[in-house]
Design a protein. Structure first.
Length: 762
């Protein structure tokens, strides 16, 4: 960690009053390390690593420790976990810690984009260093005040104690003296050993905002209220790339409470994160705005995507994967091996578009005062939103303040700043008055950034002994890159690296191909991204090959994974590797094997079950974490699927907050169940057919797994790299569930979501 710089900024005004006359520290990366940091560990989408990211910890003279969280809180617990690391290394009493949410500011806080399961992965060690430096400075201050060697003092639970005399000084009493000290070297600022941790790895602090969340005091984007605030909803083009030809607002303006109707320019294709355009209705309250929008008469020109329909596009993708594609990885001679195989297996798997559908739809508020804009938004990407607002308003970025609220869910949708930009341009249209833009659930489902649709074709060959000798995989799905520039029609390298090109199987003959798939709507990232269709296809096909070989699924999967080995991603033609150093993060098949063995043991793999009941297995590596899942299902005669139990084994490296890891995996299990059984976005004539939770289903309580058990693999060396947690639990859920359905019914489900009608029995 020699690249880290800790700076004493107590005498600067980065955050006015934060230290209240006490100690303020910042942590960042020096310029000399930038090229390496940008190559590995750069937090992309958007922005990357900046010159000098700063994370602050401050100690006031009253003993209050203030820690700034620079990432967005959307239920994953980052508002607790990142500051908890600082507090532990600092020896601060958690009850005297105040956590502050950072505003969007790339200069002060570096990349704040909360995506890619990377917040703890990238900032665990910097947060440790910052806390350890503060502890060392407090110990130095106490030693100087007592006139004793620093080796005789030790910080313990918000005090510094002189071991020989028993004298004590509280942190607050030392704040001013510590603020005058230089930051110690890394050797002086010793990191704790795991046995010394009070919070890290214990999971006993609870959520820092738990009381607010359970008493309704948490402030989400929807909760923002400002004096004189106006409320807006927007009628957007029903087809991506369409535009408004004309509108008649006469009836709208007669709706009580409606103030004004404002057209918004349509975005060109590719639209990036620009607003889609349309017509905004601005009113005294949201209900009046909604009723006013219903009264609008608009003529739309639908544009080039008016022909887009899911059923016909599915056929296009199926035809594509039945022809040779663009080869992205090859070893051996697949054609010859398939020709020589004793048994051939072929299958095609389909996954539809998905919507993130967070419980709190997109919402943002903006106002402009004296030529400066202030915005409140439930955003995962504060800096991207701030930059876009500045661009559209023609302001310097420094004249835009972006306040980050709590997010009522995000799943990738709130990384896109279109809804934030709408609030800004409408405030400008209303002469700077505060305007809140609210997306209804219908808006959210019909005008989103959709997870890509996909068709995956796999062919495998077995020898006489039932051993896999050939594997060919063709993948077709529109790319996220299509919203940023000319449509590449192929999956981008980073999408290939999401569970496709980095296939870790020990198969002697292997070929992976991607197929052209033009985009016809806004494609965006959703929790675990293209790991979802890739894992669904691969882990389902493993089960099909095992059945064809007449072998136990677990044993067959372990043989495919092969012996423990650390694979260089470059050897698999994977230049993405989740943005991480291949030396620090090789793909470790030993860890993948271990989670498979752990979860099958814990779940009682192989136990006898009655008819209509089955166990399914799947395992997947994503975001540098290894997850294996066993799902138990019951399939009734009417085709209803219920889930008595889910077992999940997780190896994410060292665990900082066990309770948050478990909760993320539990949430991933629910999310994955929805993908497998309920959720899907379909298009007809360019328009989304779903409009609410009656047509885009998410798991209700009665459909949720009754029992979710999460097993964390032990990893006590906290100097080792951490894995991601928010997303890796999702990809193996759908294939484990559909494999369980096969075990219960003998029926293969290759299309998501599962059609219950196909599971009915007489």
């Amino acid at each position: 960690m020699s690249k880290l710089q800790i700076a004493n900024v107590s005498r600067r005004s980065f955050l006015a009053g934060l230290g209240a006359g006490g100690l303020v520290l910042a942590v960042g990366f020096p310029h000399a390390a930038l090229s390496e940091e940008k190559k590995y560990g750069a937090d992309g989408m958007p922005g990357g690593t900046v010159d000098n990211p700063q994370i602050f910890v401050a100690l006031a003279e009253d003993g209050t420790v203030s820690i700034v969280c620079h990432r967005s809180e959307m239920g994953q617990g980052v508002l607790t976990s990142l500051p908890m690391v600082v507090a532990d290394e600092m020896e601060a009493d958690w009850q005297r810690v105040k956590v502050l949410q950072a505003p969007g500011d790339e200069i002060r806080f570096g990349n704040q984009n909360t995506d890619g399961s990377r917040s703890m992965r990238h900032f665990f060690q910097p947060m440790r260093r910052c806390g350890a430096s503060a502890r060392a400075m407090l110990e130095q201050a106490a030693a100087a005040q007592w006139g004793v060697p620093v080796g005789e003092v030790r910080a313990v639970n918000h005090e510094v104690i002189h071991r020989t005399s028993g004298r004590r000084l509280g942190f607050g009493e030392l704040a001013r003296r510590a603020a005058d000290l230089p930051v110690p070297s890394q050797e002086m600022a010793r990191l704790k050993t795991p046995s010394e941790f009070r919070y890290v790895g214990k999971g006993e602090t609870g959520l820092v905002n738990g009381h607010d969340l359970t008493t309704g005091r948490g402030r989400y984007g929807i909760d923002v209220r400002l004096p004189g605030m106006l409320y807006a909803v927007v009628a957007r083009p029903p087809v991506y790339g369409g535009k408004m030809v004309s509108f008649d607002a006469a009836e709208t303006l007669r709706v009580p409470g409606v103030i004004r109707v404002v057209p918004i320019d349509s975005a060109p294709i590719p639209s990036g994160f620009l607003p889609l355009g349309g017509v905004a209705v601005i009113a005294r309250n949201t209900w009046a705005a909604i009723k006013g929008r219903e009264a609008l008469k608009i003529v739309w020109e639908d544009g080039p995507n008016a022909v887009y329909s899911s059923d016909t596009y599915k056929t296009v993708l199926e035809q594509g994967v039945r022809r040779p594609g663009k080869v992205i990885r090859v070893q051996g001679d697949v054609d010859r091996a398939l020709a020589a195989a004793t048994t051939l297996i072929e299958a095609e798997y389909y996954a539809p578009h998905l919507a993130q559908a967070p419980m709190e739809p997109p919402v943002a508020t903006a106002r402009i005062v004296n030529g400066k804009a202030e915005v409140w938004a439930c955003t995962q990407a504060p800096q991207g939103a701030r930059d876009l607002v500045a661009k559209l308003l023609g302001l310097p970025v420094s004249d835009v303040t972006l306040n980050v609220t709590l997010l009522g869910g995000g799943f990738g949708r709130k990384s896109k700043a279109d809804f934030v930009a709408e609030a800004a341009v409408l405030s400008k249209a209303m002469d700077g008055a505060p305007v809140k833009v609210t997306w209804t659930r219908t808006d959210d489902l019909r005008h989103g950034y959709y997870h890509t649709v996909s068709v995956e074709r796999l062919e495998g060959g077995l020898d006489r002994a039932g051993r896999p000798m050939a594997w060919r995989h063709r993948s077709a799905s529109p790319s996220i890159a299509s919203i940023f520039g000319p449509d590449p029609k192929y999956q981008a390298p980073f999408e290939q690296g999401l569970g496709l090109i980095n296939l870790p199987f020990a198969v002697p003959n292997l070929r992976l191909e991607i197929v052209e798939a033009p985009a016809h709507t806004r494609i965006g990232w959703l929790r675990s991204v293209t790991n979802i269709p890739h894992a669904f296809a691969i882990q389902s096909f493993v089960a099909e090959m095992a059945a064809a070989a007449k072998r136990d699924h677990k044993d067959f999967l372990l043989d495919l994974i092969g012996p423990p080995r650390r694979i260089d991603p470059a050897s698999m033609n994977d230049g993405f590797n989740y943005g991480e150093s291949p030396q620090q993060y090789p793909l470790d098949t030993g860890r993948l094997r271990a989670v498979v063995e752990r979860v099958t043991r814990e779940a009682g793999w192989g136990r006898k079950l009655p008819m209509g009941r089955g166990l399914g297995l799947a395992a997947h590596y994503s975001f540098t974490t290894y997850v294996a899942v066993v799902v138990e299902v019951v399939v009734d005669k009417d085709g209803t699927v219920t889930i008595p139990r889910v077992d999940m084994a997780v190896d994410c490296g060292p665990v900082v907050n066990p309770e948050r890891v478990r909760s993320q995996m539990e949430g991933a299990a629910l999310f994955g169940c929805g993908i497998a059984l309920m959720s899907g976005i379909t298009f007809r004539n360019g328009q989304v057919e779903q409009n609410n939770f009656d047509s885009y289903l998410v798991p209700r309580m009665e459909a949720a797994p009754r029992d979710i058990r999460v097993y964390l693999q032990p990893a006590d060396d906290y100097s080792q790299p951490l894995g991601g947690v928010g997303e890796p639990g999702v990809p193996p859920m759908a294939p484990a569930l559909t494999n369980a359905i096969f075990a219960a019914t003998g029926k293969r489900m290759r299309t998501l979501p599962v059609d219950a009608g196909l599971l009915k029995t007489d």
